[in-house]
Every structure is written in structure tokens, then in C-alpha cells.
Design a protein around this ligand. Structure first.
Ligand SMILES: O=C(O)CCC(=O)C(=O)O
Length: 541
């Protein structure tokens, strides 16, 4: 029997889950759904049930352990607090790890019992990823039922990304977030069904995959990931200086004080945006959402890859937003504008909570970009075009990039490697009122350190026109070009439009580009007289 009941205690009302492994639901699953694949191997699940676990501090103060083992409970809380301190967990970290521990901890368990394996029965030989892939094929009701079958299934079936996918697939952007994705799903389809706001703690469950996922959702950015700031900063430079010192040599720069005339810098707060945008929907990952609903989600969410609002049509949808900012004078040349309505997407409003962001990528169509923060702050890491960042694996044609699941995972596993990397990256924190210039071809990763709002635009100027045309002409343009439905013809359309608007420009710039390349390949005086390998003078008679 699975039930939810209220028990009066002298202290407080205590909701209790009673899980009886002979439950009707579990039996139904065993007989009907599992076709005998799952063995009920942990019939007497000793569930340590933790209550009121919104945050670990509150947990220490309020949690009651059913099965009343107070000594054990205190130990658990102390451990949780220590882990939190050591790992810098977010103050709002959810303890809904369900007790999952990294696999290595199994070696400290004298019984070597992993309830992952006993709970999964014959499926235990599958990898965690595969189990989750299979569970991803189930609909919500079946996932809920399966979660009552064993401790192992309880944890797997409560894996938040499974419920996130279900919500996004079925509700699209029309969901009201309720603290976690599982509750959101239940709230949307079974509003009367009681859902606990906390997870059951399962003892002796070890899985690196699930632990890592929980950790990445709850880990704070460490101070040592933020302290390096080696970008060149400039305030009040002229356009010529910008072109000569940064755009021409294709180097990043952080520009201060150039958003002072932006109405959006002052005006764009949540109330203003919600009022101006009303019921209009914006692109949020794979779905479209009203701003008000998105803010409700982003206020509560703690997940590895928070949904990120990234909308290329914001100024068409809400023209006032387009009027609330001006392109900084350094970026006024915008050659794609010759294509009129046929130009690829080029400007985005970006809104996201702390922890959201963009994992390593190179900007589309070999364009350069600027990114202006109007609220919050963003940590940037940039690598030059010839240095692929550690942990990032582009496909040979560059059309796809494999990288860690989340940005925080990249920091955990690869940031340290950058200290000895071929070329150390450019790093900075870009704050409200500041603009970063992202030169074409540079790899970059961005993580929001607080709730943030930004505008970004990608552009083609004379400095990168030749390079963009070359990119658009590549044989696999149909997979590489983005932001337009007409990928294959974009090159010819753009070239013709430039010829029509700026006759002779392409030839002139191509010549200049060839001269520049020849200059770069030409050895310097010292290179011509030294043997660069041996580092000694080369001389001849
Ligand atoms: O998340 C961000 O603000 C960065 C956006 C970005 O990298 C891009 O638009 O290419």
C-alpha cells in the first residue's frame, strides 16, 4: 500500500509515506509492466524518511527521522553539513539526492551492499545512462508506479531530468513550475495527487552518474574559478582604437561605460518586462514561455542545466525592447543588414538564473559578437580559434561539439587543466553596464553568477567579411550555417547583396586579406636568421 497520511505529533504535523512492497501498484507493475524483469530484492526497505528538506540548514533544525534513530540522524545531518561546507553547496541546495553516494564510497561500506543493484534486479547490468534512457521511454504514470517498486527504482525514477523531459514534451512551455519537475508534472496532470516536497533517503545507493548530476545542480561556483581576470578592459576608447587594437587583431576586450545611454539598463527589471511582454511567449530551450512563467521557474530551479531564455525575435515581438537599447558605436557596421529580412538571426535577449549559461561553442557563421549585461553578472572563459578547450571535442567538420553535460561539470573536471593548457584562456566577470567583444572563431563558455539579463548581437564588419563569406561557401554549409532556413544559398545571396550595395568591396578586402596572410607567414628577421628548432643561428656562405 502506498499512502500519505497526517500524523499528529506534539511538535508538528508529520506527513508519512508508508511503502509496503506488496502494494497494489508494485504488484501491478510486477505482473503487468515489468514482465518479470525486475526482482523485488529489497522487500524490507528500511527507509530513512527525511522531512522538510528545502534547505540543509532548515534540515538540521527541523528534520525528523522516522524509524527514530536519533543518533544516526544527527550523524547524517552533521555529514550533510560537512559535505556542504567542503563542496560549497548552494545555500538553497536541495538534499533531494535521495542519499545517492559516489561509487567510490561503496569501498567504505563493510557490507558492500549497493541498493542500486538489488533494486534494479536483472537490469543492474545496464549502465546508469542506459537505465535512464529506458526509463525515458515511459510516460509519467508508469514512471511514478515504477518508483514504488524498489529503492533502486525509486531513485532512478525520481531523476529530475526524466520529469523535465516529460513536462517539456507534454506541456511545452505552458507549465507552472512547482519546486521540482516531478511535482510540476503531477501538478499539471494530477493536481489532487499529494506529492511530498522532499525525497526519501535511501541507504547504500552508490552511483557516480546520479551523484554527479545532483552535485552539479547544487554546487556553488568556487572562488578559485572566479578569481582570474586577465581580459583587457577599456573605457571611452575611440572607434579607431577599438578597430586597431581589438577588432583587426581579433582579440577580446571588455568595454566599460558604453551602455550609459541605454534605457534598458535602468528599466529592465522583472516587473517592467512582465508588464511590457504580457502573454507574449519567448524561446526557452526547446519551448516557448511567457516571461512571468519563466521567472516563476527560474526563481525556484536548482538543476544542472537550467532552461535559458534566448530569443532572437524579441524586438519584433515587443518593439519597445528594441527601443530600450542602442548598438554601441564600436559595432555599428553590420553588413548582414544588406540582406534585409533574409538575414540570419543576429540579436538575442538572454535571461537566466544563476548557474544558467552557454557551454563552449564558437559563434555562428564565423561572425563576431558583443554581449552587454544589463542585470547580474557573467563569468566568461575564452580560448583563441587555434586552441580547443579541454574537455571539448568538436567533430572533424566542426558541425557538432561534444562537451560535458553542464557548465559546472566543466569547471569541476576541466578548469584546473587550463592552468597548464597550451594557451591559457582569457577570463573575466562581465557585470551590469559592461560589454564584452567576442572576436570571430573564439571558443567561449559563459555562466551566470546571479539572475542575469543581457543583449547580444552577432555581426559582420569589413574586418571579417572575407572570412564570413569563406565560411558560408564551405562544402558542408548546409550543416554549418545557422540562424536561417536557407543555409545553402546564403553565401550567394550575401555576396550579391554586398556587391550591389558596396561594389568592389569584396575584391578590395580579399586582396588586403591575402596581403595580411602573406605578411603573417613571412618569417621575421630573427626567424630568418635563426634555426627555430635548435634555437641557434643559421648561417650560410
Ligand atoms: O550566455 C550568454 O550570455 C552568452 C551567449 C553566447 O555565448 C552567445 O550568444 O554566443
Amino acid at each position: 500500500m502506498l499512502c500519505f497520511m497526517e500524523k499528529k505529533s506534539t511538535q508538528m504535523q508529520v506527513p508519512i509515506w508508508i511503502i509496503d512492497q506488496q502494494s497494489r501498484l508494485a504488484n501491478a507493475f510486477r505482473q503487468g509492466t515489468s514482465r518479470g524483469a525486475v526482482e523485488m530484492s529489497d522487500e524490507h526497505a528500511e527507509l530513512q524518511i527525511l522531512l522538510s528538506v528545502k534547505n540543509l540548514k532548515a534540515l538540521a533544525a527541523q528534520t525528523i527521522l522516522l524509524n527514530f534513530n536519533n543518533a544516526g540522524f544527527q550523524e547524517l545531518v552533521i555529514q550533510a553539513a560537512k559535505t556542504k561546507e567542503k563542496k560549497c553547496l548552494k545555500s538553497s541546495a536541495q538534499s533531494d539526492s535521495y542519499g545517492v553516494q559516489p561509487l567510490g564510497n561503496l569501498y567504505f561500506n563493510p557490507s558492500s551492499h549497493n541498493s542500486r543493484n538489488t533494486g534494479l534486479g536483472n537490469l543492474q547490468t545496464l549502465t546508469d545512462e542506459l537505465v535512464l534512457d529506458i526509463l525515458g521511454l515511459l510516460e509519467g504514470t508508469h514512471l511514478g508506479i515504477l518508483s514504488t517498486v524498489s529503492k533502486g527504482f525509486y531513485i532512478f525514477c525520481n531523476h529530475e531530468p526524466l520529469w523535465r523531459n516529460l513536462v517539456l514534451e507534454t506541456c511545452k512551455g505552458g507549465f507552472l513550475f512547482k519546486g521540482c519537475w516531478r511535482s510540476t508534472f503531477v501538478g499539471a496532470y494530477r493536481p489532487s495527487f499529494p506529492v511530498l516536497s522532499f525525497g526519501l533517503k535511501v541507504r547504500d545507493f552508490y552511483s557516480d552518474y546520479l551523484f554527479q548530476s545532483w552535485l552539479c545542480a547544487n554546487l556553488e561556483m568556487k572562488p578559485e574559478w572566479l578569481e582570474r581576470d586577465n581580459i583587457v578592459r577599456r573605457k571611452g576608447i575611440s572607434l579607431d582604437e577599438f578597430v586597431m587594437d581589438f577588432e583587426e587583431p581579433n582579440k577580446p576586450v571588455l568595454l566599460e561605460g558604453c551602455l550609459e545611454n541605454w534605457p534598458g539598463l535602468e528599466k529592465w527589471n522583472r516587473d517592467y518586462l512582465i508588464e511590457k511582454c504580457g502573454d507574449v511567449k519567448f524561446s526557452v530551450g526547446p519551448v516557448e514561455m511567457k516571461l512571468e512563467d519563466y521567472f516563476k521557474y527560474s526563481d525556484q530551479v536548482r538543476e544542472e542545466r537550467p532552461l535559458y531564455l534566448f530569443d532572437p525575435k524579441f524586438a519584433e515581438k515587443i518593439p519597445q525592447l528594441g527601443k530600450d537599447y542602442d548598438v554601441p558605436m564600436y559595432f555599428n557596421e553590420d553588413l548582414f543588414s544588406v540582406l534585409g529580412n533574409e538575414r540570419p538571426d543576429y540579436r538575442w535577449i538572454i535571461i537566466g538564473p544563476a548557474g544558467s549559461g552557454s557551454s563552449f561553442h564558437i559563434d555562428p557563421n564565423s561572425t563576431s559578437a558583443w554581449n552587454a549585461v544589463t542585470k547580474g553578472s557573467k563569468k566568461w572563459i575564452l580560448f583563441p580559434p587555434d586552441v580547443v578547450p579541454p574537455g571539448v571535442h568538436p567533430s572533424p567538420d566542426g558541425a557538432e561539439v561534444a562537451s560535458p553535460v553542464s557548465i559546472i561539470e566543466w569547471f569541476m573536471n576541466f578548469y584546473n587543466a587550463t592552468k597548464n593548457w597550451k594557451k591559457r584562456p582569457i577570463e573575466c566577470v562581465c557585470k551590469a553596464g559592461e560589454v564584452i567583444f567576442v572576436p570571430n572563431g573564439w571558443w567561449h563558455l559563459v555562466i551566470n553568477l546571479e539572475d542575469s539579463i543581457a543583449i547580444t548581437q552577432n555581426f559582420v564588419s569589413r574586418r571579417n567579411l572575407v572570412n564570413v563569406l569563406e565560411f558560408l561557401k564551405k562544402p558542408n554549409a548546409c550543416t554549418l550555417v545557422s540562424g536561417t532556413s536557407d543555409r545553402v544559398n546564403l553565401h550567394d545571396k550575401f555576396k550579391n547583396a554586398i556587391e550591389a550595395h558596396l561594389p568592389g568591396t569584396i575584391d578590395e578586402l580579399t586582396l588586403k586579406d591575402e596581403e595580411k596572410k602573406a605578411q603573417q607567414n613571412k618569417p621575421s628577421f630573427w626567424e630568418s636568421v635563426t634555426d627555430s628548432n635548435a634555437g641557434v643561428f643559421r648561417f650560410s656562405f
